[in-house]
Design a protein around this ligand. Structure first.
Ligand SMILES: [Zn+2]
Length: 329
């Protein structure tokens, strides 16, 4: 493993061990698949991983005005994996769909007739996706694993590639970028590589979920402001969804297995809900007369931060949905 510019470059084997050892405060519900489009294979010379990654970061920061590189991980034609922005932060990769997501950018242009994906990168994309599903207990389906193509470019509405979409992750990505292509060609490989094929029963020991309201929230070793900060994970960030396993004097234990505590007053309670309508309109305010901003899809999980007259506000998104079409865990 080598580190440069704050990025870590790993083989897929090293990645698997690394991700298994990561402690993450943020709740992860989706894995996004993208292709970089540019840079593509022609720009990769076998040893310029860091330069290409730094170039993408510069573009995202200077051209797009983002705080950091957009993605959490980049895969390369030689099968190597590089880290990007902190896993404690939402990515900047799909408008309106970044909360609770991990973003993978696969270096190349995988539109038909462009870059022919190498066997090494093919293998790495399957394994990184499988390992992330396994690590974060995500069932392999098209709610947990999503392609950029399935979302409206400007609103983030999920329309499965029928209107105003990018081709990303490419019209030839594992046999195509449609939902049916993903189900037929990509998901079986991810399951074969060890990811859970069925929905994973939520851990019953979770007392509740909370959303972080501070820009950065320290995680401590005891329910006490004078105790040491934990050394094996970064502070949680604004809007991150944390699992609470225990409460003590206003402090929340956010790990099932370790003494990791945060001060409850810098969080607010949220409810975990599942969309039961085939599509659910998201609106700018709490009734059906407000502008439609996009849609959520059946089976998609949302965290609800506030309720008002039968309408629910989705965590951090400033989008309201009707409570009638939600099931609460
Ligand atoms: Zn994309």
């Amino acid at each position: 493993m080598t580190t440069k510019f704050g990025f870590k470059l790993m083989s897929i084997q090293e990645f698997e061990a690394w991700i298994d050892a990561r402690q993450l405060a943020r709740t992860v519900l989706t894995i996004q698949e993208h292709h970089t489009y540019s840079p593509a294979y022609a720009q990769f010379n076998g040893s310029n991983h860091f330069a290409l990654q730094q170039g993408m970061k510069n573009y995202h920061v200077n051209q797009n005005g983002w705080s950091d590189i957009g993605q959490h991980f980049t895969t390369f034609p030689d099968g190597m994996v590089m880290t990007g922005r902190s896993l404690e932060k939402s990515p900047a990769c799909i408008v309106g769909q970044n909360a609770n997501a991990i973003c993978i950018e696969n270096l190349g242009n995988f539109d038909l007739g462009k870059d022919a994906m190498t066997p090494a990168q093919h293998n790495t994309i399957i394994r990184i996706t499988a390992r992330l599903c396994k690590r974060f207990h995500l069932p392999v389906n098209t709610n947990s694993i999503v392609y950029h193509h399935w979302f409206d470019l400007s609103t983030g509405e999920r329309n499965n590639g029928t209107k105003n979409n990018k081709t990303c992750p490419g019209t030839a990505f594992f046999g195509g970028n449609k939902v049916a292509d993903c189900v037929a060609n990509f998901l079986p490989l991810v399951i074969q590589a060890g990811a859970p094929s069925a929905p994973v029963v939520p851990v019953s020991t979770v007392l509740k979920y909370v959303s972080v309201t501070a820009s950065s929230l320290n995680i401590r070793t005891k329910p006490d402001a004078n105790s040491a900060k934990v050394t094996d994970r970064e502070p949680a960030t604004l809007g991150a969804i944390l699992r609470v396993y225990q409460e003590k004097n206003g402090w929340y234990k956010i790990s099932g297995s370790q003494e990791h505590w945060v001060l409850g007053k810098y969080t607010t309670d949220v409810k975990r809900a599942t969309v039961k309508a085939s599509t659910l309109n998201a609106r700018s305010g709490p009734n059906a007369n407000f502008d439609k901003l996009g849609t959520y899809t059946q089976g998609q999980e949302l965290f609800i931060i506030k309720e008002q007259n039968g309408w629910c506000l989705v965590n951090m998104d400033n989008r309201w949905v009707s409570k009638d079409y939600l099931t609460f865990a």
